[in-house]
Design a protein around this ligand. Structure first.
Ligand SMILES: *[C@@H]1O[C@H](CO)[C@@H](O)[C@H](O)[C@H]1NC(C)=O
Ligand SMILES: *[C@@H]1O[C@H](CO)[C@@H](O)[C@H](O)[C@H]1NC(C)=O
Ligand SMILES: *[C@@H]1O[C@H](CO)[C@@H](O)[C@H](O)[C@H]1NC(C)=O
Ligand SMILES: *[C@@H]1O[C@H](CO)[C@@H](O)[C@H](O)[C@H]1NC(C)=O
Ligand SMILES: *[C@@H]1O[C@H](CO)[C@@H](O)[C@H](O)[C@H]1NC(C)=O
Length: 720
């Protein structure tokens, strides 16, 4: 293994693994959100921050609360729910404790913060299992409810979710996945000087994997918090890049165009998660007291003494929200919880994706523009030989077209999903208009390419797709990685995008239906990869099969998250962690595969390419190892441009070379080899101006290439 490869591999592993296992930290538990679980009457809470330090068994609190009702005797119930279990459920009649000092409840305004050492007699540290301080995305909450003695009316109910500070949603993971993607992009752009380079395909594979992980958390399922948090690391890959100023702009834009849905908040979304879901796991939802649900500041004010009004004002601006099963601010499973967890309002999701797409498009246009200016400058100042300038120009326009298509393919999934989603919301008309425009742009852009490819394949034979520069240099990203007989495989991927988007959005009422439909799609994709084996090399097919299996397995595991099955929280968390691990390993595999095949090792082993030919095999146009007679694009031998049209199409049908060639057939094969190398005669010269050697060099420079390649292939693929 070359040093560069080892280095890159080490980076890929360490960033992904160590990023999630961050530095040692104090063992703490703290309240991560506070909400009323019943409209407040007796107890008003403005702030409720508590931190428990396990090290010195002390509690820090910063609380601002007041009890405001006169002459009410209550019992207090403290409930602790951890992973759906209730280790603590104690009810105390406040008249029985402290000599009746809390009986009736004093009207009292408490504002203060302090650190208290808990008495060692309580032995708290031994009562809390150590795992509570370590498990990421702890699912638990504490609930204090006050019930009136006698009537049993619910007078107050406050819930606080607990956290230990650990989460699988780590900025470091987000940044390293994005960093890997950017490195892959740069490498892919570099390699894409050849229209059939493999690195750009691998780059798209990587991004599709990211998108798969991100979108796996968009279904109407009761995901464990740990998996939801893990999937949030990949939200950027579906264009959900949160920025508070952008969110404010979108809020404003929606507001003035008729949007009345909730704005983005900078607060934690956990507070609003539907109580039936993680991290609350509350199957037996506390029954809302209908008598008290008519809460309004006015009727509270009438009942209470003066001075309360100011407190209510503080409350409504500070906003400890009331979240009950019947309130409208509850976030439901799927897109709402996912986007709000990163401070993107549900109704802002599409616009956020849209802006991300717009910004990337602008960057791409700027880069294209710079390239064009460079070309013009070369023309103007007559740099380089004239014929090379013409070549460069052709190469440039092909690069622009190819990367525009790739950009479209990259944004197809997020834009389709969130545009569809926007259509199901009754919100700002401008959002909907823009979503229609964006949807049409990506759908038509990619659809047009797909149409051209299919038409070409229909009118001529499929190999025409691979031999006509005009087609492959514009639409290559769709099919160039597939072997000639399987050029149509891209249709399956495109169909998946639309099907999944439809399932995510229009079946969002039923998680069970979504998961069944997703499973059907994944089984279909896996079967088609297994049966069709569409890729040029066995290695690529193995990778595609592996990814298909990963998706299928993880989709299958998500059955456990179906709400109706009511799987307990702990098994769900275990499954969520398993899924996160499976996906992380898949990401590492794809990254390693990319590093192995992007040809970086060529920089170090350039001198003895002959020895490394085997390892560079996948990097560029690969000869078909299944006997399909895909013309070797990189074979410039005897290329004669006049013979660009292959003489005998039948020869190019798959598997024909396996038939024993007659003397005439042999001749035809030779003719075909030379005749269809219109790329072959362009590419070597294209490559010749690149300062660094490309992986294709090994093919080109290797003298043994003049020997029949079938035998060479056979030996080479035994190496892979
Ligand atoms: C308590 O909270 C208030 C309001 O958020 C803040 O101003 C104050 O600094 C906090 N006190 C401590 C000790 O953190
Ligand atoms: C509350 O309890 C105290 C002591 O038991 C009693 O004197 C008082 O009348 C009770 N108030 C109400 C409203 O029940
Ligand atoms: C907690 O205990 C009360 C009775 O003390 C009971 O009514 C309630 O259902 C319990 N709650 C849970 C979640 O077990
Ligand atoms: C316990 O440790 C924490 C963090 O190290 C510290 O902030 C707190 O003041 C300590 N408590 C006491 C009572 O010393
Ligand atoms: C959303 O924000 C806008 C200002 O950007 C404001 O006018 C509007 O009232 C807010 N809508 C809601 C529902 O809070």
């Amino acid at each position: 293994m070359s040093p560069g490869l080892a280095w890159l591999r080490a980076i890929a592993l360490t960033t992904l693994l160590t990023a999630s296992v961050s530095y040692a930290r104090d063992e703490i538990l703290f309240t991560s959100s506070v909400t009323y679980c019943d409209p407040p009457e007796t107890l008003l809470v403005q702030q409720f921050d508590m931190v428990y330090f396990n090290k010195n068994e002390s509690v820090f609190f910063n609380i601002s609360a007041s009890s405001v009702e006169e002459n009410v005797n209550v019992t207090a119930n403290l409930l602790l729910n951890v992973y759906g279990l209730t280790p603590v459920n104690v009810t105390i009649d406040l008249c029985d404790i402290l000599g009746g000092a809390l009986c009736p409840l004093p009207q009292y305004n408490f504002v203060g913060s302090d650190t208290l050492s808990l008495p060692s007699s309580l032995n708290v540290a031994d009562k809390i299992p150590g795992i509570a301080f370590k498990v990421p995305d702890l699912e638990g909450y504490a609930q204090l409810s006050l019930l009136e003695v006698g009537t049993g009316d619910l007078k107050a109910c406050v819930q606080a979710t607990l956290s230990n500070g650990w989460s699988t949603h780590q900025p470091a993971v987000t940044w390293s996945t994005a960093g890997v993607a950017i490195a892959a992009l740069i490498s892919a752009v570099w390699q894409s000087l050849s229209p059939t380079a493999l690195a750009p395909c691998r780059f798209l594979d990587l991004l599709y994997l990211y998108q798969t992980i991100a979108s796996s958390a968009l279904l109407d399922l009761n995901y464990p918090s740990v998996y939801r948090a893990f999937a949030l690391n990949f939200a950027w890959a579906i264009g959900l890049v949160p920025s508070s100023s952008e969110q404010n702009t979108i809020d404003h834009m929606r507001y003035i165009t008729g949007g009345r849905m909730a704005n983005s908040t900078s607060g934690s979304a956990i507070a609003f998660v539907n109580r039936k879901l993680s991290p609350y796991n509350d199957q037996s939802l506390i029954s809302t007291n209908t008598a008290s649900s008519g809460f309004s500041p006015l009727n509270l004010g009438r009942r209470s003494s003066s001075g309360i009004f100011e407190q209510i004002k503080i409350l409504s601006t500070e906003g400890v929200a009331t979240v009950t099963s019947s309130s409208s601010n509850v976030l439901d499973a799927g897109v709402p919880i996912y986007t709000n967890s990163i401070h993107i309002a549900t109704a802002n999701a599409f616009m956020t994706v849209f802006f991300a797409a717009l910004i990337l498009t602008a960057i791409a246009l700027a880069v294209f523009g710079l390239g064009y200016v460079g070309l013009l400058a070369m023309h103007r100042f007559r740099l380089g030989r004239a014929e090379r300038r013409v070549e460069l120009k052709a190469l440039y326009s092909s690069l622009v077209r190819v990367w525009s298509l790739r950009l479209g393919l990259l944004f197809l999934y997020p834009i389709v999903v969130f545009a569809f989603y926007q259509w199901t919301l009754k919100d700002s008309w401008l959002s909907i208009l823009l979503s229609v425009i964006a949807f049409l742009a990506v759908a038509c852009g990619t659809g047009y390419s797909a149409f051209i490819v299919m038409r070409t394949a229909h009118q001529s034979k499929a190999y025409a797709l691979y031999s006509r520069p005009a087609i492959i240099s514009s639409h290559g990203p769709l099919y160039a990685q597939y072997r000639t007989a399987r050029y149509f495989f891209f249709l399956i991927s495109l169909a998946c995008v639309y099907l999944k988007a439809i399932f995510i959005v229009f079946a969002k009422a039923s998680g069970l239906a979504q998961i069944i439909l997703f499973l059907t799609v994944e089984v279909g994709v896996m079967t088609s990869v297994f049966v069709l084996r569409p890729h040029r090399t066995r290695g690529a097919d193995v990778l595609a099969s592996y990814l298909a299996i990963v998706r299928l397995v993880c989709t299958g595991l998500m059955i456990a998250f179906v709400e109706r099955l009511a799987v307990d929280a702990i098994p769900r968390v275990a499954i969520g962690i398993v899924m996160a691990v499976i996906y992380s390993v898949a990401v590492i595999v794809v990254v390693i595969n990319f590093v192995l095949h992007c040809g970086i090792q060529q920089l170090w082993t350039k001198q003895d390419t002959s020895q490394h030919e085997g390892s560079a095999n996948d990097a560029m146009v690969e000869k078909d190892d299944r006997g399909s007679s895909f013309p070797d694009l990189l074979r410039p031998k005897n290329a004669t441009p006049e013979q660009n049209i292959p003489l005998d199409p039948e020869i190019n049908e798959p598997h024909t070379p396996l038939t024993p060639p007659s003397a005439e057939g042999e001749q035809n094969v030779n003719k075909r080899d030379s005749a269809s190398t219109n790329f072959g005669n362009l590419l070597p010269r294209r490559w010749s101006f690149t300062p660094l050697s490309s992986p294709a060099d090994s093919h080109l420079s290797h003298p043994s290439l003049s020997s029949p390649y079938h035998t060479q292939d056979a030996t080479r693929h035994q190496h892979t």
